[in-house]
Design a protein around this ligand. Structure first.
Ligand code: ATP
Length: 291
């Protein structure tokens, strides 16, 4: 089985000629809070706003981005790891021109990749020759090495919380490990399935109180997505709510979140650790200086 390191090293860095990519990881600690719903709808809202976007499913053992979007992948990341195809063969075109790299479901060995293989995957993805402006990374639940590496390699991390005690404690656990072990020092908090806007803010305040006492990390409140029956219906139809029901409350909220995310300050340069699309970041200043 070729390692992702090997895959990365055999591909030519053609993508160095593309511009830097805004990379946003979506994580939560606890499962079932709405991470994949957020990843799918945020990436589509970005695509609809004119940003060429790639949605990467890194829930390596229990992937469901393709299911949520009603896509039928011919190849997944499991096939890449098994040497059955190239990474580029997995790229699907979804609604709104969104590109999707699907992962595999029910393949236990995918959930048990080594730390080196996770880093290799980051490098391999970074070699993809796609003219993208943004990439949204859907991560697995929990705080396993893969989740931490994919969050660390992104420029921004959105932590999704909902109004359940375990969601808040697991979000804190995730932020703690990201901050202490991976040097992540800024996190965006998105409250999901809220009954009213104030609830979203209260969830953020709860999390902020503990993080500011114990951790060296800056939390920002990104906003809230309402609990929305239209979103549930869209999930049943295997469509994103921003496409299926664009004027529903959750679709409006996702568009606003995408608008805010587009305004985030990009890092000025490499941060000295594993990072998606590092080459494009490094080559950008030289190109603009030459222009
Ligand atoms: N804002 C919302 N309003 C109503 N229902 C929602 C909302 N967000 C998520 N859900 C429901 O919660 C279910 C779980 O969401 P989702 O699969 O996105 O969670 P997840 O965090 O990715 O789960 P896991 O990590 O366990 O795979 C969805 O099927 C959807 O029906």
């Amino acid at each position: 089985m070729p390692s992702p390191d090997a895959i990365a090293s055999t591909e030519t860095p053609r993508n160095a000629s593309h511009k830097p990519v805004r990379v946003i990881a979506v994580a939560s600690g606890k499962g079932g809070v709405g991470k994949t719903s957020v990843s799918v709808n945020l990436s589509l809202a970005l695509a609809n706003a004119g940003q060429r976007t790639l949605l990467l499913d890194t829930d390596l053992g229990l992937a469901n981005v393709d299911v949520m979007l009603g896509l039928s992948p011919r190849f997944t990341l499991a096939d890449v790891m098994a040497g059955r195809c190239e990474l580029a063969d997995t790229v699907l075109e979804g609604p709104g021109g969104l590109w999707v790299v699907p992962s595999a479901s029910g393949k236990r060995h995918m959930a048990e990749l080594s730390a080196r293989e996770h880093v290799g995957l980051v490098h391999a993805i970074s070699q993809l020759d796609l003219p993208i402006d943004a990439m949204v990374v859907d991560t697995a639940a929990g705080i396993a090495d893969g989740v931490l590496t994919f969050c660390q390699a992104a420029q921004d991390v959105i932590v999704v919380v909902c109004d359940e005690p375990a969601s808040v404690t697991d979000a804190y656990a995730l932020i703690k490990v990201l901050s202490r072990e991976r040097g992540v020092n800024r996190v965006q908090v998105l409250s999901n399935q809220v009954a009213h806007p104030a609830e979203g803010r209260q969830l953020f305040d709860k999390l902020e109180r503990v993080t500011s006492r114990f951790l060296d990390v800056t939390l920002s409140y990104l906003g809230a997505i309402p609990r929305d029956e239209w979103l549930r219906r869209a999930v049943q139809r295997q469509e994103a709510v921003v496409e299926a029901f664009p004027s529903s409350p959750s679709a409006l909220a996702f568009r606003e979140i995408a608008r805010r995310a587009s305004q985030w300050q990009a890092p000025a340069g490499p941060r000295g650790h594993v990072e998606f699309f590092l080459e494009r970041l490094v080559s950008a200043p030289a190109r603009s200086a030459a222009a």
